[in-house]
Every structure is written in C-alpha cells, then in structure tokens.
Design a binder for this molecule. Structure first.
Ligand code: NAD
Length: 337
C-alpha cells in the first residue's frame, strides 16, 4: 500500500502477556494487508514528570495525534503510591466512555447462545475519582463524584450509539433508591437525553435486580449505560456470559473522537512469557478499531478468521480448553484469512 493510504495508529503492547498478544495482532493484521502503521510505545521504567506517571508524554501525544490506538494490559502495582497507568490514560486523554460489546461467539458454547448486549461505562468519575483520605485514625472517606457534565456526555454517547447501531433500547443501571443525590443526578441526565431520542426505548433498572436478570436471561438487555463502578463490575459479569476474559474486547472513547481499543483482561502474570495467552480479546479490540476507521471489510475478514478458527476447534488456547500455544493459534488464524 502506498504511504498516502497508510493509517498511523498507536500501539501499547503493555505488560505481562501484552507483548505476546500484541505480536499476534501485528502478524494477523499484516497477513490481512491492513493498511496500518503502528507507532509502538512501551511504558517507561521511570516517572515522566510531564505526565507524573510511567506513561511517557510522547506516547500520549502519539494517541492524540493519531486519534486511534490499541492497548495491551498494563499492570498496576498495588499500594506503591503511583497513579494507576489506566487511570492516567483515562484522565489525560479524557476517555470518558468504555464500550464493551458482549455477544455469544458462534462456535464457542456457553450457557447462553443469544447474548447480544453492549455495556457503556462512565470512565472518569464516580468512586474512581481517586479522592480518598483518612478522617481520623480508624475512619477513612472516599468521595464518589457524579457531575452533570460527565453524566450527560456518557448518556449522549449511549443513545447515539444505540441509534447508529440499530439498537432499540437503553437501560440506565443505578442504585438511586440509596444513592439519591449521586445516582439520582446520573438518572436525571439519562432521562434528559432520552427525551431527545424518542425512537429509542428507555428504562431504568436497579443494579442488584440487573445482576439477577443478566445471569437469568441476558437476552433481556440491549444497551446498558451506567456510572463507573457499576460498569466495572457489570461489564466483567457480561464478559463471563460469553466465555470469559480471553475473548472480550472493549473500546475507550475520548473527547474529540479519540478511540483507544483494549482487551478487558489484565496482564495475566501467571501465564506471561509462556506462549499460552489467548490473543482473541486484543484481536477483537483491534477489529473494533478497524470499524472505527471505517475499514469494515478488513474488520469482518479478521473477525471471521478468528471465529472460524475457534469454531473449528483444532487450535484453541488453554483458557478455551485447548492445548495450542499463542503462536500456533495465531498461525491458524492467518491460514483462515
Ligand atoms: P488478569 O485479567 O490479568 O488475570 C485473571 C486470570 O485470567 C488469570 O488466571 C489469567 O491467566 C487469565 N487470563 C487473563 N487474560 C487472559 C488471556 N488473554 N488468555 C488466557 N488467560 C487469560 O487479572 P489480574 O490477575 O487481577 O490482574 C493482573 C494485573 O493486570 C494487575 O496488575 C492489574 O492491575 C492489571 N490489570 C490491567 C488491566 C488493564 O490494563 N486494562 C485490567 C485488569 C487488570
């Protein structure tokens, strides 16, 4: 492909299994002739004073400049006093919505065959504002922040998504009966936006009831929108419905149309460096990035090759009950292209 048609995209291979599964994505994209040139950025081993984290300023600039990127998992050291890399990325790039499609993969049997839902998680505030302190010895306080601006922004994204993706219904998930002020404001914003989309059905579901309904009959839901913490939990629950962390992609949407796709799972230190990781989640995240770039043919071609490889059952990684290595599974996908 000539330079004029090549699209530049940022790639964070990340930690743990990240570099192994990123390699798989690069190989498969190359085999499919995807016109993308990756700008690879690794997390630094020193704090960059310009970002106050291990993420370099250059890597953030790369995402801002390209507008699209793919991110592997990044390990967060617990209790070391640094800002989490994922939180830094969300804050610095204003990645306000995390979109996670969960649909049953044909060829990989789970309890349900008809899961087809989208969770949209507010990604910047709520309990994740990082405002925690000790009031006196033995008493700590954590501030849950909900703003009108961030709630309207994510609700608007959810309804716009529903409308442009042929979806019929948006469910706002909440606990406003207890958190009257915070979740109450979130719901009020969702209602305001719902009024602008009369063609989309709108409903409100209390989070505990939502969990019960999801495990009992996930087909009851279409698009779900919710504050940060509920989104963190519910989106993992939904990932479990379709086969687990090795399979589920996501995409972070930022202000100004930035899209940073990422697998849902972490760095899997227990299997890192052993050629055992399932690259499907990162691959499908890459597929969602291709859709974002309007490269729908390439996206479908790669997605079909992945699904056919899994359905055929000859090459599967250990998390799906198989015994293939990451590299053999990758080769099998390439041969299905
Ligand atoms: P994890 O997702 O890394 O691992 C949970 C389990 O799932 C492990 O048994 C692992 O082997 C397995 N697993 C995960 N991905 C897999 C894959 N692609 N193929 C096969 N098996 C897979 O969760 P964790 O152990 O709680 O977290 C490890 C580290 O990752 C922590 O430092 C955490 O902060 C970080 N993390 C990062 C992200 C992110 O970057 N978005 C998300 C979650 C956790």
């Amino acid at each position: 492909s000539s330079d004029s048609t090549t699209i530049r995209a940022t790639l964070f291979p990340g930690d743990g299994i990240g570099p192994e599964i990123a390699e798989s994505v690069k190989e498969i994209f190359k085999a499919a002739d995807v016109p993308i040139e990756w700008e690879e950025h690794y997390v630094g081993d020193q704090i960059d004073p310009r970002t106050q984290s291990f993420l370099t300023w250059e890597s953030l600039e790369s995402v801002r400049r390209n507008g699209v990127g793919l991110k592997g998992p990044m390990a967060t050291p617990i209790g070391k006093g640094h800002r989490s890399l994922n939180l830094t990325l969300r804050k610095e790039l204003n990645l306000y919505a995390n979109v996670r499609p969960c649909s049953s993969l044909p060829g990989y049997k789970t309890r349900y065959d008809d899961v087809n839902l989208i969770t949209i998680r507010e990604n910047t505030e709520g309990e994740y504002s990082g405002l925690e302190h000790q009031v006196v010895r033995g008493v700590v306080e954590s501030l849950k922040i909900i703003t009108r601006q961030a709630s309207l922004r994510v609700a608007e994204y959810a309804f716009h998504y529903a409308k442009t993706h042929g979806r019929e219904r948006v469910s706002a998930i909440h606990k406003a009966n207890i958190m009257q002020k915070t979740d109450g404001l979130f719901l009020k914003c969702c209602r305001e936006v719902a009024e602008k989309y009369p063609e989309i059905k709108y409903e409100e579901v209390i989070i505990d009831n939502c969990c019960m309904m999801l495990v009992k009959n996930p087909a009851l839901f279409d698009v779900l929108v919710m504050p940060n913490l509920y989104g963190d939990i519910i989106s993992d629950l939904c990932a479990g419905l379709v086969g687990g962390l090795g399979l589920t992609p996501s995409c972070n949407i930022g202000e100004g149309g930035i899209a940073l796709a990422e697998a849902v799972h972490g760095s899997a230190p227990d299997i890192a460096g052993k050629n055992l990781a399932n690259p499907t989640a990162l691959l499908l995240s890459g597929v969602s990035m291709l859709h974002h770039l309007n490269l729908h043919d390439k996206a479908d071609q790669i997605q079909n090759a992945i699904l056919n490889t899994i359905a055929e059952g000859k090459y599967r990684t250990a998390d799906l009950g198989g015994s293939s290595s990451t590299t053999d599974f990758t080769k099998a996908i390439c041969s299905h292209l």
